[in-house]
Design a protein around this ligand. Structure first.
Ligand SMILES: NC(=O)c1ccc[n+]([C@@H]2O[C@H](COP(=O)([O-])OP(=O)(O)OC[C@H]3O[C@@H](n4cnc5c(N)ncnc54)[C@H](O)[C@@H]3O)[C@@H](O)[C@H]2O)c1
Length: 441
């Protein structure tokens, strides 16, 4: 592409991004959007964050770190030096050169993609964003969304990709709670609807991210994200089925996994657990299978992994039955203490957490369930609120069974093992201990 063939919009935007003078927008200031906004601001852009949640906007403007993955010092600095501000007023989109969309993409009750949040963000963009700007979708979604869903909305306004609007998809890879890999040092995949769209998106992110990985289309970039998360869902499904099989064979799945993990090539260690949780791994593969259903193809691995993974909370409950049986007790009427309800260690996120289903199943069978989670003060199970109770060893001694769902690093396992009458350990947190009162997956 020679400069002579470039549109005015393209050259002007390219220059603004390259000089670092651009103002950039981020729509949705959650787990994904806030760290991205802070990193873009640290890279020298002036960033405006947009959110419909007044509380988040106010916290963001005070530099209050409500997403644990953002470094508090970095956040405070970009707020103080004016590189970042948040607003609920989408009219400010009129001032940005690019906008990255980081809104939720949940599944509907029938497990179809719920595009309403993306749609609402695009409504605002269409109303306020001037021509010649870059729009990058970051929300995880089905392959084809950028080209088949976003682009037609701009075309309806008479705008063409690569001319009046530049459209790209760049999946977010943030791993909440991961202290080694953050926005800057996690390679970022980018795919554009046209070559110019790609070019500008690469330009935008290259300032803020050490390694940008361009791919040939937006649909390819969408598929990259779905491969990554389907890979995890399927491998977790496989290892969970291994746990079910090891149980029948009378061998410890944990010992099998550890030993297999010593193979230095051709094996990657996945751990079994109480079920899939979090906003991404249980949800994202269904985007892919939904899209493939439209193309009359059944995504078999995805379905199978979902079947196995969704059995795991019931399997945990069967272990509680087994343990209480030893003491001639039933679940009905037992006091059960659940340790950890977040979907994974050291985070406060309970979206899709298997703990919720385990608690619901236990309650449905007549158990009196309490829980402790230092990161989650309250949850709602089956429409009823439940509050985290301070963890005391007396409470464990007074309970019939302790069920460990989330192995937060702050838990003192020695005390927990010695104070629990019966401990169902779904995470192998008690590795190396062989007390009679422990039952592992
Ligand atoms: N959380 C993760 O670990 C993770 C990782 C990779 C990808 N993703 C994907 O990133 C996307 C965002 O996820 P998240 O975890 O950041 O969600 P989140 O719920 O933490 O944040 C989304 C934010 O968007 C805001 N919002 C909703 N509708 C809006 C609108 N119309 N305009 C402006 N703001 C709006 C919400 O108020 C919220 O603050 C999803 O598609 C998700 O699948 C998440």
């Amino acid at each position: 592409m020679t400069p002579g063939h470039m549109s005015d919009h393209y050259s002007a935007l390219h220059a603004r991004l390259a000089s670092g003078q651009a103002q950039v927008g981020v729509i949705g200031l959650g787990y994904v959007g806030l760290p991205l906004a802070v990193e873009l601001a640290r890279a020298g852009y002036t960033v405006i964050g947009f959110d419909v949640d007044a509380g988040k906007v106010a916290s963001a403007n005070r530099g209050e770190n409500y997403v644990r993955d953002v470094d508090p010092g970095d956040f405070a600095t970009v707020v103080e030096n004016g590189r970042f501000r948040a607003t609920q007023d989408f009219a400010d989109l009129g001032a940005v050169d690019s906008v990255s969309i980081c809104v939720p993409t949940p599944l509907s009750k029938t497990r179809d993609p719920d595009m309403s949040f993306i749609n609402a963000a695009v409504d605002e963009i269409l109303q306020y964003l001037p021509a010649g700007r870059l729009v990058v979708l970051e929300s995880t979604t089905y392959p084809g969304t950028t080209k088949e869903f976003l682009l037609p909305r701009f075309e309806a306004k008479g705008w063409h990709a690569g001319d009046e609007v530049f459209l790209a998809f760049s999946p977010e890879r943030v791993d909440p709670g991961n202290s080694a890999y953050k926005t800057r040092n996690t390679p970022k995949v980018v795919g554009g609807v046209t070559a110019r769209c790609l070019d500008l998106a690469v330009q935008l992110y290259s300032r803020a991210v050490d390694c940008v990985v361009p791919v040939s289309s937006a649909t390819t970039a969408e598929m990259v994200k779905l491969l990554e998360n389907t890979f995890r869902a399927v491998n977790i499904g496989l290892i969970n089925e291994m746990a079910l099989m090891c149980d029948r064979l009378g061998v410890s799945v944990w010992e099998v996994v550890e030993a297999a993990g010593t193979k230095p090539f051709g094996f990657m260690k996945f751990k079994p657990g109480p079920g899939l949780g979090g906003h991404c791994i249980p949800v994202d593969p269904h985007y892919l299978s939904w899209k493939l259903r439209l193309l009359k193809y059944r995504a078999r691995f995805i379905e199978l992994a979902a079947d196995v993974n969704s059995e795991m909370p019931g399997y945990v409950v069967s272990k509680v039955f087994e343990g209480l049986n030893r003491f001639h007790r039933s679940v009905n009427g037992s006091q059960i203490f659940v340790l950890g309800v977040a979907y994974k260690r050291d985070v406060g996120d309970v979206r899709e957490s298997p703990a919720l289903e385990v608690i619901e199943l236990l309650q449905a069978r007549g158990a009196d369930v309490m829980y402790n989670d230092p990161f989650v003060p309250a949850i709602v199970v089956n429409g009823r609120p439940l509050h985290s109770i301070d963890l005391t060893m007396d409470l464990l001694r007074g309970s019939d069974c302790t069920v460990l769902i989330t192995d937060h690093t702050c838990y003192d396992w020695d005390s927990i093992v010695s104070s629990s009458r019966l401990l169902i350990d779904t995470r192998n947190a008690t590795a190396g201990r062989t007390a009679d009162n422990i039952i592992k997956l």
